[in-house]
Design a protein around this ligand. Structure first.
Ligand code: AHR
Length: 511
């Protein structure tokens, strides 16, 4: 998207160029995340002791949660953490449930019963029609354990852990493709926190061994937020040829993606709604660091350039919803706008992204909440639903002429590095020939009458998310915020009015 700030006599306009494709969108940008944290797994996706048995599948999964998630075609779910990974021993979570050990859980101060483990997660992924993405324990875990987990999941030969999986009733390998080399190992909350060079050495050695065991896996390096010296260092150290002839090609890369995380939030609406632009700049800088590692390490042009795996993103204020108290955010309409801006960012930056995971998918900092008897869709559910359904195929070019918000931002550096127009826009062209454009009007008081160029007179379906006030939530048992559908005849040449404090998706067939 290019933006231009108006002079007083000019009017707001959006010009969309559906034939100008910018990049293919990897559907994995709409992935999810389920951590052993708070009520995400237990009572979120897995609830065997719920007295309302009609809510459960025979495996004890919440049917209502599956029924909400399945239509979104969420491609991948990350598991089992998060910070939880740093003390998780996967072998505690396999075999007969009654014999599994309960353990103190140190990341969130809970007790982990291990009643839900690898085989249950694989069954849940099959039920929700998604692929699993597992995060390895870089805290108290060992390389032997990590290798054993890959063998348990993917082994096809007559070997100990592959046979253990078979003995547990799972003859076919799970073929888990995505594996993360630890989680947030830079954080001072992390068990066995590491320096960047200690992490990079370890990640490199583990990656060699893991790829020797299963060269088909996709390995994801633990970055930080993108524009940091940690990201620079670990990329520089780990983006180099393996030099292992057993891996086939001499230049086989060990690292396939680079993970970054960011949560944004503010009690001030404008800071809240513009904060996701920090993620956009972070992706841009991180992408440049990937290029820099290529240049400095003199990597051959034939080597595949890793993409960014933004495997934790969302609106989250830890002081408002602390992790140790289950992090159950109550999202407002302002947060729904912020999530829509986040999703616009992911679409605009699709060229650089191999995956992105909303953190998290149920109950914990999540758009979807469970009660004992049903589910609540929070305000942030609705932009996520619309993007999952419609914003696919290719990102296409958009030019925006619009006035800008000029106040403070959070972080501060958004102000210095990004434009902050009142309208935030992204657009896609899908493989069926539908153009979809998402426009977020972050202004709290002003509807923006906008010339929309490029619809070619089409009949346009309109999906609108708004409400009476930016602070309203859906948590009081009433769906205050939802999706309103209507139609707009763009042949009448009238402006489209984007209401104050709203998310609008326009969708039409490209002739
Ligand atoms: O998603 C909640 C937590 O936030 C994750 O466990 C951790 O990786 C991050 O700090």
């Amino acid at each position: 998207m290019t933006t231009y700030t108006l002079t007083p006599s000019e009017k707001t306009s959006i010009s969309i160029f559906p034939k100008h494709k910018i990049s293919r969108i990897d559907r994995n940008i709409y992935s999810g995340f389920t951590e052993h944290m708070g009520r995400c797994i237990y009572t979120g996706i897995y609830d065997p002791s719920n007295p309302h048995k009609h809510l459960l599948t025979p495996e004890g999964f919440r049917k209502d949660v599956l029924d909400e998630l399945r239509p979104l075609s969420i491609p991948v779910f990350r598991y089992p953490g998060g910070n939880f990974c740093a003390t998780y021993h996967w072998q505690d979570g396999i075999g007969p449930v009654s014999q599994r050990p309960a353990r103190p859980e140190l990341a969130w101060g809970a007790i982990e019963t291990n009643h839900f483990g690898t085989d249950e997660f694989m069954a849940w992924c099959a039920a929700v029609h998604a692929e699993p993405y597992l995060c390895l324990n870089f805290g108290t875990g060992t390389l032997d354990e990590a290798l054993a987990w890959v063998e348990y999941c993917n082994g096809t030969k007559d070997t100990y852990y592959a046979n253990l999986r078979r003995a547990n009733g799972h003859a076919a390998p799970y073929n888990v493709k995505y594996w993360a080399l630890g989680n947030e190992m830079w954080g001072d909350w992390q068990l066995n926190q590491m320096t960047e060079s200690a992490y990079a050495d370890r990640a490199w050695q583990w990656a060699k061994a893991l790829k020797l065991l299963d060269p088909s896996i996709t390995l994801i390096l633990c970055g930080k937020e993108g524009p940091t010296s940690w990201d620079y260092h670990v990329l520089k150290h780990c983006l180099r040829p393996a030099g292992l002839s057993d891996l086939g090609e001499a230049q086989t890369p060990l690292i396939d993606m680079h993970s970054i995380h960011l949560y944004t939030a503010s009690e001030d609406h404008y800071e809240n709604a513009t904060a996701p632009l920090a993620a956009e700049r972070s992706i841009e800088v991180c992408s440049a660091l990937i290029d820099l590692a290529f240049v400095e390490n003199k990597l051959p042009a034939t080597q595949t350039r890793p993409k960014i795996c933004f495997d934790e993103w969302n609106v989250w204020s830890p002081p408002r919803a602390p992790g140790s108290k289950c992090a159950e955010e109550k999202y407002t309409l302002s947060d729904a706008l912020a999530v829509a801006v986040w999703l616009n960012v992911l679409v605009r930056k699709a060229r650089d992204l191999g995956m992105a995971c909303i953190a998290q998918s149920v109950n914990v900092i999540s758009p979807l909440m469970t009660t004992e008897t049903g589910v609540i869709k929070q305000t942030t559910w609705f932009p996520y639903e619309l993007f999952c359904r419609f914003m696919k195929g290719h990102t296409v070019a958009v030019h925006l002429e619009c006035d800008a918000y000029t106040g403070p931002t959070k972080p501060d550096w958004v102000r210095a590095t990004k434009d902050t127009p009142w309208l935030d826009v992204s657009a896609t062209l899908d493989d069926e020939g539908y153009v979809t454009m998402c426009v977020v009007n972050i202004h709290l008081d002003t509807d923006l009458s906008t010339a929309v160029n490029g619809t070619a007179g089409a009949k346009v379906r309109v999906f609108s998310i708004t409400g009476s006030h930016e602070k309203i939530t859906n948590m009081a048992g009433k769906e205050e915020v939802g999706i309103q559908e209507s139609e707009w005849d763009s042949s009448a040449n009238a402006d489209f009015v984007f209401p104050r404090c709203s998310v609008t998706m326009l969708r039409w067939k490209q002739e």
